[in-house]
Design a protein around this ligand. Structure first.
Ligand code: 13P
Ligand code: ZN
Length: 271
């Protein structure tokens, strides 16, 4: 079949990595049915032939206006599509979209008119921020990691600073690989602009954002890094939960030990 990936090895490699991550999400039990979604900024791979490709959809509203995204191209998981299917065939479970000059609408250009994820406002708001800050990040990932979502059901853990301290203290690598921690967004309707706005504010300060009673959002230079950030924090939540299952509350590393790691490894405290 004719595909935008044909004869474009660099673009194909980027989407192969997205597919690999989608497989991990399914294997981890974080991607029931169509659960979770992702986008990848693929503008760097766009050639003149792609620029000339006609739309295969109408003009569709993003729901927000995002000035940095003018003329950018994104691979987006399709709404209602399964991660386990995306792992086998990303172009059947997602599509490539072009952001139009008004920065508030887009059109689908390849391969099939698969409608992008319902969480598009959140993903593209983050993409807009990442372009604006010049950090070079290209990937956004929303998933449903079991232990972190379970913790978000208790008021006790719905405080960003408190939750971050608990997770950092479970195992030294958590702080080393998620030095900005996790920010909590109070429950908001999935796919809403309210959720997108709150997520954007939190990602400016934290590595990963936890949506109360729903899931996480992570960003990264590529999809693997976004996955790793989520995985590192959820592993800490899993250790916390495992200790609870043993019948005790994990002691946690002391604040001095946590601080020592930050100092010795010279870890950043902000983006
Ligand atoms: P989509 O199928 O629209 O991507 O939605 C899945 C999801 O996790 C919504 O939060
Ligand atoms: Zn979700």
């Amino acid at each position: 079949m004719k595909s935008i990936l044909n004869n474009r090895p660099a673009l194909k490699a980027a989407l192969d990595e997205v597919a690999e991550v989608a497989g991990y999400l399914w294997q981890k039990g974080w991607a029931e049915r169509n659960g979770g979604n992702l986008t990848l900024n693929i503008t760097e791979f766009i050639d003149d032939e792609i620029k000339a490709m006609p739309a295969i959809s109408g003009v569709l509203p993003i729901g927000v206006t995002l000035p940095n995204l003018k003329g950018c191209y994104f691979y987006c998981k399709g709404t209602g599509k399964r991660m386990r299917d995306l792992a086998r065939d990303p172009m059947a479970a997602g599509s490539v979209v072009r952001i139009l000059d008004d920065c508030a609408s887009y059109e689908i250009i390849a391969d099939l008119p698969v409608m992008p994820t319902s969480e598009l406002p959140s993903h593209l708001s983050l993409q807009d921020y990442m372009l604006g800050c010049g950090c070079g990040y290209k990937a956004t990932l929303h998933t449903h990691p079991i232990e972190l979502v379970a913790m978000s059901h208790s008021k006790e853990y719905l405080d960003s600073e408190r939750l971050t301290q608990i997770l950092w203290s479970m195992i030294p690598e958590t702080l080393a690989f998620a030095p900005l921690g996790i920010g909590v967004v109070p429950y908001a309707l999935p796919s809403s602009v309210e959720l997108a706005d709150a997520t954007l504010e939190q990602i400016k300060r934290y590595d990963v954002v936890l949506w109360e009673k729903h899931g996480t959002v992570a960003v990264g230079p590529d999809m693997m890094e976004a996955f790793d950030q989520t995985d590192v924090l959820n592993k800490a939540a899993n250790i916390f939960m495992t200790a609870k299952n043993f019948g005790f509350t994990a002691e946690g590393m002391t604040p001095e030990s946590v601080q020592e790691i930050r100092t010795v490894f010279n870890l950043p405290t902000h983006r």
